[in-house]
Ligand binder design. Structure first.
Ligand SMILES: [Zn+2]
Length: 94
């Protein structure tokens, strides 16, 4: 594939990683995606930066989505920790 051809990104490879924290019942599914044709990583959009058991988050750049989950019927328990944030000024960097 040359640079002038637009890849349809029609064949994606997903990396799924399950993370369970020892002192809480929260689990996370970490997702990354890459095109098998052009090898470009996919960018997850609209996710706040961080890691928290209360909503999905992403890493810097959006290359990884982090989805928190519990077993059906459970409530959050244990040592609940997390963070969310916003990068300032990254839009103006060249
Ligand atoms: Zn592609």
């Amino acid at each position: 594939m040359n640079a002038s051809t637009q890849c349809p990104h029609s064949d994606l490879h997903f990396d799924l990683n399950h993370v369970g924290l020892a002192d809480t019942n929260v689990h996370y599914l970490e997702i990354k995606a890459r095109c098998k044709i052009c090898e470009k990583p996919m960018v997850f959009r609209g996710l706040p930066l961080g890691l928290t058991p209360y909503h999905p988050t992403g890493e810097v750049g959006g290359f990884e989505a982090r989805l928190p989950f519990l077993a059906e019927g459970e409530e959050l328990s244990g040592n609940i920790v997390g963070f969310t944030g916003k990068l300032v000024g990254i839009e103006t960097r060249k």
